[in-house]
Design a protein around this ligand. Structure first.
Ligand code: SAH
Ligand code: SF4
Ligand code: F3S
Length: 483
């Protein structure tokens, strides 16, 4: 999806220049790291863990790969085109290495995990391949590369959550940050490569999550997004799991589920906005919805990937819910939080999808009127259940045509949702000066819609203001500060 360049704004300068000795070897100082991330927010969040580990080794980050000693590309395997984008970018990095053979090129993340050491055979100029659960091994692997070897670690873990590593915030606006609350996925949706690239699902201990959110708030951040592939299955054991004389493992007495975790983070301060992603329709509970409704600072927006509106396709996808179940969850959201924004992911042209089944996805969109949707044509991923069981039999031109129909329907839904908001007032967290005009601010409403409005001389990024919406463009609300 996005490429992100790193800068080390949040870096603790006092740690630079310290004489670090790791594993008995002198660490080279003042080396520069360039790290670029692809894929989902989890990957961007992982890059911040990597930057932290590298910073402990004396690396500072740069946003120009041409001046870097080490180039890392944190990769995504979700669709074939995500992998192609990485391959193309690697060609550019390899060209830099031909000019300057001292550069180290490392491939991180999901593609590294999927292809393992094959990567080193396929991409001759890559020095290091490291999977998402192995980042603690970076000092060792960088050492191996410094000694002239090529290095690989793609071991997955059942426990690793990097809970104790304080991320170095990359490309931050100093206002919103991601917090990873769990890793991996146990769901085995038939189309999806994530369970293979990220391993088993595990939850991070709630105390370390709350501490990280508190630290962010104290540094001036005003919004955290709790991240997991399926946040509703977040679970950390409590008193029930207690050994004699032990404290409860969760630190909060009982087992902490997602609703409780949301509440713990929301209680840090009413000025801290809490968001989360991604919710799974099979697991999202009324308890989570009531918790959202009770706390003004838990944003009223749910990303609820539907994938398809047809129950037969959902069964083939192994999503474990039906069209009716999904509609029931949407109805529950609307009942408990009438103003809640809902967004989704849709896969178009999954194996054997008929015209009627495609129409059911369109009618689901019509029913929910999603505020926003990520839409993808199906891309067969090697090793997944769908690749083993079902032929990828929808011709490319049919996928494209259906995609365009879904896209047009989504544009219609988005504009209906935006127009409904004209004339209303929303509390907006100012994020930055607008890209288009330096005299305008840009921020987000509770429902996660971008709102642009003229700056006043009292407010600045990080402040909350009330904005009366006067008009909208296809993706933005436009208004003025009131009150
Ligand atoms: N954990 C999230 C999804 C993570 S992947 C969830 O369960 O909702 C993000 C999105 O990529 C998925 O929701 C799906 O819509 C899309 N996706 C995943 N695998 C795909 C594939 N093989 N082809 C096309 N789109 C895919
Ligand atoms: Fe993939 Fe399904 Fe897990 Fe999401 S829930 S990451 S789509 S297997
Ligand atoms: Fe991509 Fe891995 Fe995320 S495959 S979507 S980067 S979990």
């Amino acid at each position: 999806m996005l490429g992100l360049q790193a800068s080390l704004k949040d870096h603790d300068e006092s740690r630079q220049g310290e004489a670090l000795v790791l594993d008995g070897a002198d660490v080279k100082h003042n080396r520069k790291l360039f790290i670029e991330s692809y894929g989902c927010a989890m990957n961007f969040s992982d890059s911040e863990i990597v930057a932290s580990i590298m910073s402990d080794m004396g690396f500072s980050t740069t946003s120009d790969y041409k001046e870097a000693d080490v180039i890392f590309i944190n990769t995504c395997s979700i669709r074939d085109n995500a992998e192609q984008r990485v391959r193309n970018r690697l060609k550019e990095f390899s060209a830099a290495k031909v000019k300057n053979p001292g550069i180290t090129i490392g491939v991180l993340g999901c593609m590294a995990e999927r292809l393992k050491s094959k990567f080193l055979e396929e991409e001759k100029l890559v020095d290091l391949v490291i999977g998402p659960d192995a980042y603690r091994d970076l000092p060792n692997l960088i050492g191996q590369v410094d000694d002239g070897n090529r290095a690989v670690n793609v071991l997955l873990s059942r426990e690793e959550t990097y809970a104790d590593i304080s991320p170095v915030r990359l490309n931050t606006n100093g206002i919103s940050a991601f917090i990873s609350i769990m890793r991996g996925c146990d769901n085995m949706c038939s189309f999806c490569v994530v369970p293979f690239t990220r391993g088993r699902e595990r939850s991070r201990d709630p105390q370390s999550i709350v501490r990280e959110a508190e630290e962010l708030f104290n540094k001036g951040y005003r919004e955290v997004t709790l991240l997991g592939q399926n946040v509703d299955s977040y679970k950390y054991p409590g008193a029930e799991a207690k050994e004699v004389n032990d404290e409860s493992p969760s630190g909060y007495g009982q087992t902490v589920n997602f609703a409780r975790l949301l509440e713990l983070v929301a209680n840090i301060n009413p000025e801290l906005r809490v968001r989360f992603s991604t919710s799974h329709p099979k697991d999202i509970t009324d308890e989570v919805l009531y918790t959202m409704a009770r706390h003004e600072n838990i944003c009223k927006h749910i990303h609820l990937p539907v994938q398809s509106g047809n129950s037969r396709i959902l069964e083939m996808m192994n999503r474990t819910y039906t069209r009716e179940w999904y509609i029931d969850r949407v109805d529950a959201i609307r009942r408990i939080m009438p103003e809640c924004g809902i967004s989704t992911d849709i896969i178009i042209g999954f194996c054997s999808e008929t015209e009627e089944e495609h129409q059911e996805t369109l009618s689901m969109m019509e029913y929910v009127k999603y505020d926003f949707a990520y839409m993808f044509t199906y891309s067969e991923r090697p090793g997944t259940l769908a690749a083993k069981r079902y032929p990828d039999d929808i011709p490319e031109e049919v996928k494209k045509r259906r995609f365009n129909e879904i896209l047009a329907k989504q544009q219609e839904c988005s504009s209906i949702r935006l127009e409904q908001r004209v004339g209303k007032t929303f509390k907006v967290l100012i994020e930055r000066n607008s890209k288009k005009s330096a005299t305008d601010f840009s921020g987000k409403s509770d429902q996660n819609t971008t709102v642009v409005f003229p700056a006043d001389n009292k407010s600045r990024p990080g402040d909350y203001v009330h904005v009366l919406i006067e008009k909208c463009t296809p993706a933005t609300l436009i208004g003025k500060i009131v009150g």
